[in-house]
Design a protein around this ligand. Structure first.
Ligand SMILES: [Fe+2]
Ligand SMILES: [Fe+2]
Length: 159
């Protein structure tokens, strides 16, 4: 209700945007960190948040868009799901590389940042506009609840 009065993004779209901002800030903090233990902890925090976000978003939003009547929605969701998989693979690769202060690891971090930036940019333009076309405001609000509940479950399981 207050969201509508203030003209903010609707329901789940606002929640997704908030997470995107948080993950981008964590990636910057990882890059700036000069302490090995701190960098490792920040990486674990970012990975947990990003995976929880992507999996919950996949289940609550992408699954519905994949079943949409609209070709644009289906094609966005199928492409975005592929990108989620690529991001996940990159995170696994970075977890396996033990020297998180090394130049190769920093290169992996830059690749991750570029993947995430590209993905988020498409999600917040094409994806959000597909979601606005496909769902009513109250559906977007209900999906916000489902998204938060699912994400909390996923993050607790990982932690
Ligand atoms: Fe997202
Ligand atoms: Fe996404």
């Amino acid at each position: 209700m207050i969201r509508e009065m203030l003209g903010l993004a609707e329901g789940i779209l606002q929640d997704l945007h908030n997470d995107h901002t948080e993950v981008a800030a964590l990636i910057n903090r990882i890059e700036e960190s000069e302490d090995r233990a701190e960098r490792g902890a920040l990486f674990e925090e970012m990975k947990t948040k990003l995976l929880g976000h992507a999996h919950a978003e996949q289940e609550v939003l992408y699954r519905r868009l994949e079943g949409s009547q609209s070709e644009a929605s289906r094609s966005f969701a199928l492409e975005g799901s592929n990108e989620h998989q690529i991001v996940e693979n990159q995170l696994e690769k970075m977890s396996a590389n033990r020297d998180k202060m090394s130049e190769p690891w920093m290169a992996e971090l830059n690749v991750l940042r570029e993947l995430v930036e590209h993905h988020v940019q498409e999600e917040e333009t094409t994806g959000f506009s597909c979601a606005r076309d496909d769902f009513e405001k109250d559906e977007l609000e209900a999906m916000a609840q489902q998204f938060q509940t699912r994400k909390a479950q996923l993050i607790t399981k990982v932690a």
